[in-house]
Design a protein around this ligand. Structure first.
Ligand code: HEM
Length: 454
């Protein structure tokens, strides 16, 4: 019997070959050109063809789950029948084999060792780091200036991630190196996952820059690990927890595994939060009504002061804005691969089948979100029912985002700190267009900041 299939649920089998294919595939390139040109339009067009739709990534077929039910089966119910898949195999060559790319028993072991870094008890200290970093960023703004919120929020999330990961003394050099090389590394990994392998071996200036960035970061992290091991003290940061983690047999993460986790955590924590906050601030600035309601909440709850960790659960309207920003910014394409036969709908997928899931696709399906391109925080008003499987910004199941609570606190804090002090306005005629990287970013998010109070 196939994974997650009871006799009562068995239906006649449709063969893999009969699964509907998205139109527009070209010989050899498959849907590659369509995906390269208009990835978001392409992925959002797929539910019209069925709950399971074949696409061609070059000559390679992959099967996209387009319904909340099948997505839940892949991520949660039948999770053990899947490994990470082709996209992650490619990414692992450059990101290493940390938590973000591992599968199966290796993934479970790493998750056990890294999880304590994100335990509830550690969150208040991270929240203080976040508040300080957001305040430091906004303190540099002049009233009336135009801030590019895309760049500003990437910078802010990078400072938060490096300060939460490393103590100021032992991790100072890593923080400095990361700020310089992360854009090169992120672009390099995205390019390497979308271009053929031989391209990465060419001695182009871009490839050489990427190799230099990897070497420089590895040296800085190795140096920092050695300093932490010598100090032997808990600095209240993620690095201390990674070094302290022990398996049942008493073994911990090796230096090389710690390097992989650092790169994984930084890559997972910067652009994701940056994209969601760029949308949030642009949309707040674009709607005087949203902004008035937000100010009313912020003026009341933390009494106009920078928010404390304990204030955050009371910021209900801010939470709605965060959810709506996550809906717009969540990743457009992630993959899994079957390791045994799995029935999805009425199709048996044999071992080795590549499967795609897309938070963006579900978040833009008008069946679950009417008028999906409209920014409407009240979709998340208490009492409103959203299809339970149709909101998956952090995925679900064994690979659910480990930083989800961290990210929620960071985004809520950033909005509360900035909008507590600043009024935001969009320059005349400015529009933001969605651009797919891994997450979905606004192509530009210019916002005029005007001081409300000191
Ligand atoms: C808006 C913010 C964020 C979003 C939308 C997000 C989204 C996601 C998603 C969708 C996954 C699952 C990927 C898959 O299916 O394989 C994931 C995994 C992960 N995320 Fe996040 N993430 C965010 C922020 C963060 C932050 C701040 C951290 C750490 C500080 C983090 C750490 C991780 C890690 C370690 C994993 C791998 C988990 C595992 O496979 O066990 N993320 N994230």
């Amino acid at each position: 019997m196939t994974a997650s299939d009871s006799p009562a649920r068995q239906r006649p089998t449709t063969s893999l070959a009969q699964t509907p294919q998205a139109p527009g595939a070209l010989p050899v390139l498959g849907h590659g050109l369509l995906i390269a040109r208009r990835p978001l339009d392409f992925i959002s067009s797929l539910p019209a063809h069925g709950d399971l739709v074949r696409i061609k990534l070059g000559p390679r077929p992959a099967y996209v789950v387009t319904s909340p039910e099948l997505t839940h089966r892949v991520l949660v119910t039948d999770a053990r029948a899947f490994e990470r898949g082709w996209l992650f195999d490619k990414a692992a060559r450059f990101l290493g084999s940390g938590l973000g790319t591992a599968s199966g028993a290796d993934h479970r072991r790493q998750r056990r060792l890294v999880q304590p870094s994100f335990h509830r008890d550690r969150l208040p200290a991270y929240a203080t780091v976040m508040r300080d970093q957001v305040q430091a960023l906004a303190a540099r703004w002049q009233s009336g200036e135009t801030v590019d919120m895309g760049q500003a929020m990437d910078r802010m999330s990078m400072s938060v991630a490096t300060h939460a990961l490393f103590s100021p003394v032992l991790g100072a050099r890593v923080g400095e190196v990361l700020r310089r090389v992360l854009p090169v590394l992120t672009d390099g990994v995205i390019r390497r996952t979308s271009l053929p392998d031989w391209w990465a071996a060419l001695p182009t200036p871009g490839n050489r820059r990427f190799e230099r960035a990897v070497t420089e970061l590895r040296d800085a992290v190795d140096e920092s690990i050695a300093a932490y091991r010598r100090s032997g003290v808990d600095h209240g940061d993620v690095m201390s927890m990674l070094l302290a983690g022990r398996d049942e047999d008493g073994s911990g993460l090796t230096d090389s595994e710690i390097y992989d986790q650092v790169v994984t955590l930084i890559s997972a924590a910067v652009e994701t939060v940056g994209a969601a906050l760029a949308w949030a601030f642009f949309e707040i600035a674009a709607s005087e009504q949203v902004q008035r309601r937000l100010h009313a909440e912020l003026d009341q709850v933390p009494s106009g002061k920078p928010p404390q960790y304990t204030d955050l659960p009371r910021l209900d309207y801010t939470r709605r804005i965060v959810n709506e920003a996550l809906r717009l910014s969540a990743a457009w394409l992630f993959m899994r691969r079957t390791i045994r036969t799995v029935r999805l709908g009425d199709v048996d997928l044999p071992p080795g089948t590549e499967v795609v899931y897309s938070p963006y696709l579900l978040h833009h399906d008008p069946r679950w979100y009417p008028d999906p391109d409209r920014f409407d925080p009240d979709r998340w008003a208490p009492g409103t029912v959203i299809h339970p499987g149709a909101f998956v910004p952090y995925a679900a199941g064994p690979h659910q985002c480990m930083g989800n609570a961290f990210a929620q606190i960071e985004m809520t804090t950033a909005i509360a700190v900035i909008c507590g002090t600043w009024h935001l306005r969009v320059p005349a005629g400015a529009r933001a267009r969605a651009v797919a990287r891994i997450d979905v970013h606004p192509d530009r998010a210019p916002v005029i900041v005007e001081r409300r109070r000191t």
